[in-house]
Design a protein around this ligand. Structure first.
Ligand code: CU
Length: 494
């Protein structure tokens, strides 16, 4: 499937998912996102709100003799994580992360898992108190599901809270094989929330010029919320004054301190379910460790477009890799057949070594002790002259004034000069109704595990939600010569 179709499919799935929520829960006392708009004053607190996993569909089910029956297919998927960046991952039903399962406490569920992967797999229901032979531990509680094979899981749910499912083959986890598993409580929690969101936190190490993650690499350079990297993530659109729950699930190699601007929230849940109210605690950053989930709630009483993001600096970036070097530079390839000194950029060369832009990748870090070549340079050194030239090729006439004339003489330069701002702007490429009204150029400053909580006054909120329902894009103004979409090879995926 082409990037373009995948991109569009993301929109359609999101729309369909949001619209189908009330029906999905019709047989239970769970309010859908659309339903509560009409009855928000009289039904508030009497039922659960359907959870929205932005950019990820819900898994549909059928009811057979009172058993909610789901069907998951483990398979390779194409996942567009950002404009012009589509990764080949392993996921479920065409999505990585897989579709979200929403059920109610007390439900009996049957989940048919088909393995369309070229190797064995097994499905684990993370945190669920279910019989041992349903736990999905390969070789322990069940035989692995062979390629082309099927296993049918069935159990009754006694718990409530934010859980997830994942392959119990460790390397498959790092290829995207997880999904949300939300269990709504029999007795709706108080205070009631108006909106309820789920985010799945993931990371991939994708080497330059690759589309398949290297699951053995520890240098993660794609940090995702629900399968998207900023600015391709979808903002949470909130009506001023609403009470909001955000559920976070982390499955990767790193812990993520998730930070919300402009508000103080209360941590109300863990991967073990609801925290007793007496033990809730306030914060604006919650650490979501690997294999954990955290729920927090807040009253959106501060209008504005507030960032919600992992606070690890490298997790606010896209495509970061120390081995990129010359491969990322405009108009150059990697030289071949040069001598040892220049070929690897280790000893001599211009503008600087190692990893001067004229050379291939360096041999790695930590080899400079006692070197006569120590330099006050970092971040894949690049000469100011070449940088200016390169940037102007990308964005004619726009970089003047963006960096100081003597920037290259300041130790440490560059840091953010070429990683954020005008050159990374792609407002149009990530245009969607939820982005309506954001300041022009916003997308240049949103990367990695990052999205917005948009707390909007009622009239603005209604306007944006109306656009969401109609699927109307926000018609971001084109900014010729000022953004990535003007670069050769960068097409607007409309
Ligand atoms: Cu992080």
């Amino acid at each position: 499937m082409s990037d373009r179709r995948n991109f569009m499919r993301g929109f359609l799935t999101l729309g369909a998912s949001a619209l189908s929520l009330p029906r999905l829960f019709a047989q239970h006392a769970t309010r859908g996102a659309a339903t509560h708009e009409a009855h928000r004053t009289d039904t508030r607190g009497e039922s659960n709100v359907a959870v929205q996993t932005l950019d990820i569909p819900d898994l549909p089910f059928t009811v057979e003799n009172g058993v909610k029956t789901f069907h998951l297919v483990a398979e390779p998927v194409k996942q567009q994580v950002a404009p012009n960046k589509t990764l080949i991952l392993w996921g479920f039903n065409g999505s990585a992360p897989g579709p979200t399962i929403q059920v109610n406490q007390g439900d009996r569920v049957r989940i048919i898992v088909d393995n369309h992967l070229p190797e064995a797999t097994s499905m684990h229901w993370h945190g669920l108190e279910i019989p041992h032979n349903m736990d999905g531990g390969p070789g322990i509680s069940q035989e692995p599901i062979q390629p082309g094979g099927r296993f049918i899981y069935e159990f009754t749910l006694r718990q409530e809270g934010t859980y997830f499912y994942h392959s119990h083959m460790a390397m498959q986890e790092m290829m995207g094989m997880l999904g949300g598993f939300v269990m709504h409580p029999k007795q709706p929690h108080r205070p009631a929330v108006d909106k309820d969101f789920l985010f799945l936190l993931q990371e991939y190490a994708v080497l330059p010029n690759n589309v398949v993650p290297n699951s053995m690499n520890m240098e993660f350079n794609w940090l995702l919320l629900n399968g998207k990297a900023g600015p391709a993530t979808t903002p949470l659109v909130i009506r001023l004054g609403d009470r909001v729950r955000v559920r976070l699930v982390n499955l990767g190699m790193d812990h993520h301190p998730i930070h919300l601007h402009g508000h103080t929230f209360t941590v109300t849940g863990t991967e073990g379910g609801r925290i007793p109210e007496s033990a809730w605690y306030p914060g604006n950053t919650v650490l979501v460790g690997v294999a954990q989930s955290r729920d927090f709630e807040f009253v959106a009483n501060n209008p504005g477009d507030w960032m919600l993001h992992c606070h690890l600096p490298h997790h606010m970036m896209n495509q970061m890799s120390s081995s990129v070097g010359p491969m990322s530079r405009i108009g150059r390839g990697i030289p071949a057949g040069v001598n040892m000194e220049n070929g690897m950029g280790m000893l001599t060369g211009e503008p600087v070594v190692p990893a001067g832009e004229d050379y291939g990748p360096s041999l790695g870090r930590g080899m400079g002790f006692g070197s006569t070549n120590d330099l006050a340079k970092t971040n894949g050194p690049i000469s100011q002259k070449n940088a200016q030239q390169g940037m102007q090729e990308m964005n004619p006439g726009t970089m003047n004034g963006e960096i100081a004339q003597d920037a290259d003489s300041v130790p440490g330069f560059p840091q953010d000069a070429y990683m954020e701002g005008p050159m990374m702007t792609m407002d149009q490429m990530v245009d969607k109704p939820q982005n309506y009204g954001l300041p022009p150029g916003w997308s240049g400053f949103m990367q990695g595990m990052m999205t917005f909580v948009r707390v909007l006054p009622p009239d603005k909120y209604d306007e944006v939600m109306d656009r969401v329902r109609r699927g109307e894009k926000s018609n971001m103004p084109d900014m010729p010569g000022m953004n990535m979409q003007s670069m050769p090879g960068m097409q607007h995926p409309k």
